[in-house]
Design a protein around this ligand. Structure first.
Ligand SMILES: *Cc1c(COP(=O)(O)O)cnc(C)c1O
Length: 238
């Protein structure tokens, strides 16, 4: 990595940390309650490793192949790697045993398969339940109703531990609009916490809206482009 790229990563991460702290303090929260997950999809091993030197708490991957490659290459420098994308059951073997947290459990079928894979390795797999808070067809995740049922279902699995919730809200034009989605998530999260012990993570907020999410109670933000710059997908038209 050339030194200009490393300096840019450091600058971006420090800026995000400062904004996270400011958002937390504005609503009377403790900044240290909120973790920064770097969404490292499409980035090279070298770039991820360079970013790991700065104040990132963990990494989030959307593709099983990228998690496998980056984890096995040591790109996270010993920090936890999470899985944050849609997980197909045929890719589970690459993820279980590498991902400290799978943030995107959204079906009973996937819960069965993850539990089986974790049992084979003799581990407990930490998971978040993903909610499609806007009910958008283009997005994965469950409804609130579906999430209650999935929490009961996954809670029965010997090798799964549900640690909280994750969401990606609809694209919003204003911070006020984004905050309404995040506030709905927070009140649902608090309802579940009162029924179920051990829920400690509310993962919400990305590059464009992490400050809004923190003001509404997010405990983990997942930030990609604000750290690494815009993403380019070769051979794909966006
Ligand atoms: C890519 C991604 C992010 C980060 O998105 P940015 O807008 O680049 O910050 C967060 N969460 C998930 C699930 C993602 O796929």
């Amino acid at each position: 990595m050339d030194s200009a790229t490393v300096a840019a990563l450091q600058h971006n991460i420090e800026t995000i940390r400062a904004c996270m702290e400011e958002a937390a303090l504005q609503v009377g929260r403790k900044p240290e309650e909120i973790t920064l997950c770097a969404a490292s999809k499409t980035r090279s091993v070298e770039e991820i490793l360079a970013s790991a030197a700065f104040a990132i708490d963990c990494f989030g991957e959307n593709h099983a192949q990228e998690l496998e490659r980056n984890f096995d290459a040591g790109a996270y420098a010993g920090k936890p790697g999470h899985f944050i994308g849609h997980l197909q059951t045929n890719k589970i073997k690459k993820v279980v045993g590498r991902a400290s947290l799978i943030q995107s459990l959204d079906s009973q079928h996937l819960a069965d398969a993850l539990d089986t894979a974790a049992a084979k390795l003799g581990i407990t797999q930490d998971v978040l339940l993903e909610i499609n808070v806007g009910g958008e067809e283009s997005k994965t995740g469950t409804s609130f109703e579906g999430c209650r049922a999935l929490l009961d279902y996954a809670g029965e699995k010997a090798n799964l531990r549900v640690c909280g919730l994750m969401t990606i809200p609809p694209v919003c034009d204003s911070e006020a609009e984004a905050r309404r989605w995040f506030a709905r998530m927070r009140s649902f999260y608090e309802e579940l916490q009162s029924r179920c012990k051990g829920l400690t993570i509310l993962s919400m907020g990305m590059s464009s809206d992490y400050a809004a999410a923190i003001k509404e109670g997010s405990t983990m933000v997942r930030v990609g482009s604000a750290i690494y710059g815009p993403r380019y997908y070769p051979n794909k038209s966006l």
